[in-house]
Design a protein. Structure first.
Ligand SMILES: Nc1ncnc2c1ncn2[C@@H]1O[C@H](COP(=O)(O)OP(=O)(O)OP(=O)(O)O)[C@@H](O)[C@H]1O
Ligand SMILES: [Mg+2]
Length: 243
């Protein structure tokens, strides 16, 4: 599904160069729920933006569903982004004056979003996140967890192969955060591929697998409950406990 090899990315400010990614390599299979964990500033968002085709690496290869997107032109990248990727962020980014249903149709083309088919798709997406009963509520009439589930439904509307989520529980209390993680779990069990970025080990442990990003590289690749290798894997063994 996702296959990246040797991704590098640096930022330049005047003469100062910050090497953020120094050769990142991993694969994610369809239906896997993967967490990318690492300290603040380790490049998690940079990596997720590259996976989401919002940003390009300086070097390295990126294949998404078998298509090599390294060096693809802008039109190819934006088409792939719209058709294959759904984003969820820490901030929900909902339109305050639009219903949950309307918010979910926003990524559709204008004609589509007003059609019966667009509405039916939005209803199915809300159903997939357990919010059918809230379709006509405004964001201000929803809890934080419900608003984030609307954002997840919006990410699902184009039936993407992959959902990319950057600290999706960062603005939520523990209970609402757990609801969001349950939602991702159900989507993954239904075959959706999920890549979630977090600095929180408790959140990461709800995934099937944890990749640790440190100093620009993946330093550990653990199956949850069965740490495999490296120092981070040892830390993991110490931290693994009842969920
Ligand atoms: N557009 C940019 N221009 C210059 N430097 C940047 C830019 N974006 C990110 N950086 C730098 O790259 C490094 C990695 O940033 P990134 O946002 O990917 O980290 P992160 O792991 O997501 O951190 P956090 O957990 O705080 O969100 C940081 O040192 C940051 O200052
Ligand atoms: Mg970040």
């Amino acid at each position: 599904m996702i296959d990246v090899e040797g991704l590098t990315k640096s930022y330049r400010k005047g003469t100062m160069v910050t090497e953020v990614l120094k050769g990142v390599t991993f694969r994610v299979s369809q239906g896997e729920f993967v967490a990318i964990m690492g300290p603040s500033g380790s490049g998690k968002s940079t990596l997720l933006n590259i996976l989401g085709l919002l940003d390009q690496p300086d070097a390295g290869r990126y294949r998404l569903e078998g298509a090599d997107l390294s060096g693809a032109d802008d039109d190819t990248l934006s088409a792939a982004r719209n058709r294959k990727i759904g984003f969820v962020f820490q901030q929900f980014h909902l339109l305050e004056r639009a219903s949950a249903l309307r918010n979910v149709t926003l990524p559709l083309l204008y004609a589509e979003s007003d059609s019966d088919d667009g509405t039916a798709r939005a209803e199915r997406a809300l159903e997939a996140v357990g919010l059918s009963q809230r379709a006509h509520h405004l964001p201000s009439e929803l809890s934080g967890g419900e608003q984030q589930r609307v954002a997840i439904a919006r990410a699902l509307i184009n039936d993407p192969a992959v959902i990319l989520a950057d600290e999706p529980t960062g603005n939520l209390d523990a209970r609402s955060g757990a609801e969001i993680l349950d939602t991702f779990r159900r989507l993954a069990d239904a075959g959706r591929t999920i890549v979630l970025v977090t600095h929180d080990r408790g959140v990461a442990e709800r995934a099937d697998r944890i990749l640790v990003l440190e100093d620009g590289r993946i330093t550990a690749d653990e199956t949850v409950g069965r740490p495999s290798r490296g120092s981070a894997a040892r830390d993991g063994a110490a931290a693994v406990g009842p969920a």
